[in-house]
Design a protein around this ligand. Structure first.
Ligand SMILES: *[C@@H]1O[C@H](CO)[C@@H](O)[C@H](O)[C@H]1NC(C)=O
Ligand SMILES: *[C@@H]1O[C@H](CO)[C@@H](O)[C@H](O)[C@H]1NC(C)=O
Length: 550
């Protein structure tokens, strides 16, 4: 082996004394050995990971086709399809049909018309094929990233003499665990034999039992055999699994077999999730039922744009009830004004950055357990009891809870939305919005479980950050956040925590200059492209082809 080092050190043109020379030879030798060692080491199995292919891709043999198509054996047996149940099952495609109306008197008045939107229409037909192919590629990669063997369908064969853990075995990446629950309940025979096969780790035994032969310790294939069943079963209690292929969150599907019988089970491989805990503040400790310290638990976040008069009214109203709660203001006004006062943090953004960008900035700066989202034209009143919302989040599994907004007319709205997504085909999926809720909540008579709520909500800070507000939605946007959060957010809505909405309507000639400018940005005319942006995000980002609702 030639060594790059030798050129510069051993054949120095200046000439070397013998001591130097032998030192140099030693160095070259050491370098060569190190290289050799590295070379050998790198050839050891499992030291190189090809992350281009998913390490936890479903093993082919598990997805047997005959599970999906009817068995020939049963082909002659007659059956009668129940359309009304078949209707409920997921299909290969989906449609955003307007739901048949309920035909109640005043139905339109209370629930509005059904509606349906197709999102592909916002694209130029000439561009659509390219957009579709890019979307398909990104969607496929997303599914590869987000699905793992832990989600795989496993079917247990009939009358298996094998006992094994169906779920719940977990190991940290590159660490070792005992596999509990392995045993064989076979009829008498002269030799009992079981095999274990893994793809992302190796097996071993933590103890050796007399009369049992174990082969393949430290490998992905472990064979145990013996003439006494009890001894074999005792041996199986000592079987360990060591993960050798690092992945922060996946699963190894282990094959467990004996003569004529085979079973599969999953060993979950994942890092322990790191918690983000927040200190609830001193007064929340001690006596049960004590008032929550809202200042220690909640930050109020808002986004303003040119409406400093409204913002000041909001701040003054908050201070009447919560003098020390932190208020975070994201501000993208053209000529920003400094908002003065204690416990106020104002963040300036480039002009007109937009609605969701501002929400994102504001929540990124929150350091308390909860964040209360308010619009800059809300007004706190004695009915704006933030501690009631805190109580709901502290005592339930919900991670976001909305309140109600009262208009100047006295009309109060909670804007509860049920959101559901039906899987479609390569054209995209279908999303449906309905006003309403799923359940009422035991112990909280004014609260319900739903999927989306009004602009006035308290949420766990870590959860809203996890969902995030897409900064591409710059103008009118709200439910998009709840759509992005499906499956992450557990949403409630309480009608007894109410914030007032400052009067909106003013005679045009009484409007100030900044109000006119605000109106121009907030209520764009039809030439504005914000609807196109929204629909193209639904189409590409969320993989929806259409939306329907009422
Ligand atoms: C166990 O593995 C060995 C070696 O791969 C194989 O010969 C044998 O048939 C397997 N036995 C069972 C019960 O799967
Ligand atoms: C509530 O929390 C704030 C902020 O952490 C703290 O300054 C204040 O002393 C607490 N109030 C009580 C009554 O403990």
């Amino acid at each position: 082996m030639r060594c790059g080092v030798s050129r510069s050190c051993c054949h120095s043109p200046v000439g070397m004394r013998p001591v130097q020379k032998s030192l140099c030879v030693l160095m070259v030798l050491t370098a060569s050995l190190a290289f050799l060692y590295l070379h050998v080491w790198s050839q050891k199995p499992y030291s190189v990971v090809d992350l281009r292919n998913r390490p936890d891709r479903a093993p082919e043999q598990l997805l047997k086709d005959h599970l999906l198509v009817p068995d020939k054996k049963y082909a002659h047996i007659a059956f009668r399809i129940k359309e009304e149940i078949l209707e409920l099952l997921p299909k290969n495609s989906c449609k955003c049909e307007v739901e048949p109306s309920m035909n109640l008197p005043f139905q339109k008045h209370f629930f509005g018309h059904g509606w349906s939107l197709e999102f592909a229409n916002v694209f130029n037909p000439a561009e659509l094929p390219e957009i579709n192919s890019m979307r398909e590629q990104e969607y496929r990669r997303y599914r590869e990233r987000s699905q793992s063997s832990a989600d795989q369908l496993l079917i247990v064969q009939a009358n298996s003499p094998l006992e094994y853990p169906a779920q719940g075995v977990e190991v940290r990446p590159l660490q070792t665990t005992l596999i509990p629950g392995l045993s064989l309940q076979a009829a008498d025979r002269t030799l009992y034999r079981v095999n274990l096969t893994a793809t992302m780790g190796t097996f071993d035994v933590a103890a050796e039992v007399d009369g049992v032969k174990v082969e393949g310790e430290g490998e992905m294939h472990l064979i145990m055999s013996g003439s006494q069943l009890d001894n074999l079963n005792r041996q199986m209690q000592f079987v360990t699994y060591t993960n050798t292929l690092f992945h922060p969150n996946t699963a190894d599907i282990v094959q467990f077999s004996t003569d004529e019988h085979q079973a599969s089970f999953a060993i979950r491989i994942r890092h322990l999730l790191t918690p983000r805990l927040y200190n609830p503040g001193s007064s929340s400790r001690g006596t049960p039922g004590a008032e929550y310290n809202v200042s220690a638990l909640v930050t109020i976040a808002t986004k303003t744009f040119l409406r400093y008069d409204k913002l000041q009214i909001l701040i003054d109203s908050i201070r009447k009830f919560y003098p020390t709660v932190t208020i975070i203001i994201a501000d993208d006004s053209q000529t920003p004004e400094h908002v003065q006062g204690p416990h106020i943090e104002q963040y300036f953004m480039p002009f007109g950055k937009g609605w969701f960008a501002g929400r994102n900035l504001a929540i990124s700066q929150v350091t308390t357990k909860y964040v209360l989202w308010v619009d800059d034209d809300f007004i706190f009143t004695p009915r704006t009891k933030v501690e009631k919302l805190v109580d709901v989040l502290e005592k339930t599994s919900l991670n976001l809870v909305g309140g109600a907004v009262r208009e100047i007319s006295g009309y109060t709205s909670t804007y509860r939305q049920q959101i559901s997504v039906q899987a479609g085909n390569e054209e995209g999926d279908c999303i449906r919005m309905r006003q309403g809720h799923h359940h009422s909540i035991e112990g909280f008579p004014n609260c319900v479980v739903t999927d989306g709520v009004i602009n006035f909500f308290l949420a766990r800070t870590d959860k809203v950050r996890q969902v995030g507000f897409d900064p591409r939605l710059s103008r009118v946007a709200h439910l998009e956040f709840f759509i992005d959060g499906l499956g992450l957010l557990h949403v409630g809505s309480c009608s007894d925590v109410v914030v007032d909405h400052a009067p909106k309507i003013k005679l045009p000639w009484l409007k100030t200059e900044s109000e006119k400018q605000y109106a121009k940005f907030r209520y764009p005319n039809s030439s504005d492209n914000s609807v196109i942006v929204k629909h193209s995000l639904f189409y590409f980002k969320n993989h929806f082809k259409c939306m329907a609702g009422n």
